[in-house]
Design a protein around this ligand. Structure first.
Ligand SMILES: NC(=O)c1ccc[n+]([C@@H]2O[C@H](COP(=O)([O-])OP(=O)(O)OC[C@H]3O[C@@H](n4cnc5c(N)ncnc54)[C@H](OP(=O)(O)O)[C@@H]3O)[C@@H](O)[C@H]2O)c1
Length: 279
């Protein structure tokens, strides 16, 4: 099994460099994919209330012989559950669907700023952490202004911000903000969904120079930038190959060459946190 480096947040909480994304891993197949990933050495699992797969993720964990204490199970609270009472109920429902006494990392899925209820959701997560039903709390798709506001209003800083991040959209400024505040960056769609990005000549070249696949070159780029990636992979073959990328070291010029693929409109779809509303 590969040795996977860890990255550490302001409060000492550490995440492995590579975890498993689970969007569209549902039902029995989803549960089996989670169990196989744990067997391959994954210790970080992503999930969300809105993926309607917390049940599969929980079953995948239960079927694995990896000790529960070694696994970090993530879920996310949806936009329609931001108001206090709904957020409290949502946290309980996620625990129930996962079949876990405690979720290891609970995130707010999107800030939905026009709705302006994300501070209530954050306060509910703070309370759940105090009650001991959620181990660590964080956010997803938050801009610096949203991060600053929740800390100002509750006194509690998130440990993680999960954002869209891949070479087409390298988010240098947001990463600098996270580093300055000890907030771990998790990359969603870290492979850019493994389409045009992995056919880019520079990605193919870097891969060839190391005798690795273009997907592994992209994952090694994330590792070099100390951002946690959560590639979704259904097959054991892809899971094993992706986790092995945790041991690949790119040199600075290779990292820069991939970062240079970045462009202002590099998002995969119209998911700007200023305007995107996730119900
Ligand atoms: N917080 C948010 O708002 C947010 C938004 C989007 C996603 N996410 C999270 O981030 C995770 C990852 O993002 P994503 O699923 O959008 O995209 P992704 O991880 O960038 O790409 C997934 C695609 O890459 C393929 N793939 C994986 N490993 C491969 C390999 N070694 N060789 C070739 N193809 C490979 C997968 O196919 P196979 O399944 O066939 O392997 C799948 O089609 C999600 O699953 C979800 O957990 C969060």
């Amino acid at each position: 099994m590969p040795t996977v480096p860890t990255f550490t947040a302001h409060n000492g909480f550490a995440l492995p460099a590579i975890g498993l994304g689970t969007y569209a891993l549902n039902g029995d197949e989803g549960a089996a994919a989670v169990t196989s990933a744990l067997g391959a050495g994954y210790r970080l699992l992503d999930s969300a209330f809105n993926y309607e797969n917390e049940g599969s993720v929980g079953r995948g964990v239960a079927a694995s012989d990896v000790p529960r204490g070694e696994i970090i199970v993530t879920t996310k609270l949806p936009g329609r559950h931001h108001p206090t009472a709904k957020a409290r109920a949502s946290i309980e429902e996620s625990r129930s669907r996962l079949g876990l006494d405690i979720t290891d990392l609970h995130l707010i899925h999107w800030p939905n700023p026009s709705q302006d209820e994300y501070v209530q959701a954050w306060a509910a997560l703070v309370e759940a952490q105090e009650r001991g039903v959620v181990r660590q709390i964080g956010v997803s798709n938050f801009l610096p202004e949203h991060l600053e506001r929740i800390e100002r209003e509750t006194g509690v800083r998130p440990v993680v911000n999960q954002i869209e991040l891949h070479p087409y959209f390298p988010q240098e400024e947001q990463l600098a903000y996270h580093r300055e505040h000890g907030i771990l960056t998790e990359a969603w769609s870290p492979l850019g969904r493994a389409k045009a990005l992995v056919e880019e000549p520079v990605v193919v070249e870097v891969a060839a120079a190391h005798g690795i696949t273009p997907v592994q070159a992209v994952l090694a780029w994330h590792v070099a930038r100390e951002t946690v990636s959560i590639p979704k992979a259904s097959s054991l073959e892809h899971q094993v190959s992706n986790l092995a990328a945790a041991e690949i070291v790119l040199d600075d010029s290779e990292v820069e060459a991939l970062t240079a693929l970045g462009r202002a409109d590099g998002r995969l779809f119209d998911a700007d946190p200023r305007t995107h509303e996730e119900s």
